[in-house]
Write a protein of this length. Structure first.
Length: 149
């Protein structure tokens, strides 16, 4: 599934729609260059989960856990993770919440096989988001997302 977003608000809204159908154990992997909208998308997703604090980029802290009213959000920025050992050292408990990994292509081998990948591309002043389901849980999530959008 491919969606074109013409604005920051639309990118955030797409994240919010996905967050409204995501459940604990969901893994969402965000792939795209700097400034493509990964954090903006995650802000919308966090809003739908009822995150109690602002969702900001975890670039320098690598991971943030946000308690949510509906589900918790584990938000990881893998840009500064240089090995699978470093990933393991984070010791994240993401099965009880929704996992979102920015720059997830850097640590794919460590991530759940059943995951929803969202590939961001910058196209002039717009963004193109390509959603790819990798397994039965993520296929069901993508189907629910399509129905809700």
């Amino acid at each position: 599934m491919i969606i074109r977003s013409e604005s920051v608000e639309r990118t955030r809204e797409l994240g919010q729609v996905l967050g409204s159908v995501a459940n604990a154990g969901t893994a969402v992997i965000l792939i795209g260059e700097l400034g493509a909208g990964k954090t903006t998308f995650t802000q919308g997703l966090g809003a739908a989960l009822g995150a109690r604090e602002a969702v900001t980029s975890p670039t320098f802290v690598v991971a943030r856990e946000h308690r949510g009213e509906r589900e918790d959000l584990v938000h990881v920025d893998a840009y500064r993770v240089h090995s699978l050992q470093e990933w393991d050292d984070l010791d994240l408990d993401y099965e009880s919440g929704v996992l979102v990994v920015e720059w997830g292509d850097r640590v794919l081998a460590a991530l759940p096989e059943d995951r929803l990948e969202v590939r961001f591309a910058i196209d002039d002043d717009a963004r193109t988001l390509e959603f790819i389901a990798r397994g039965p849980v993520s296929r069901a999530l993508l189907t629910a997302f399509e129905a809700a959008s």
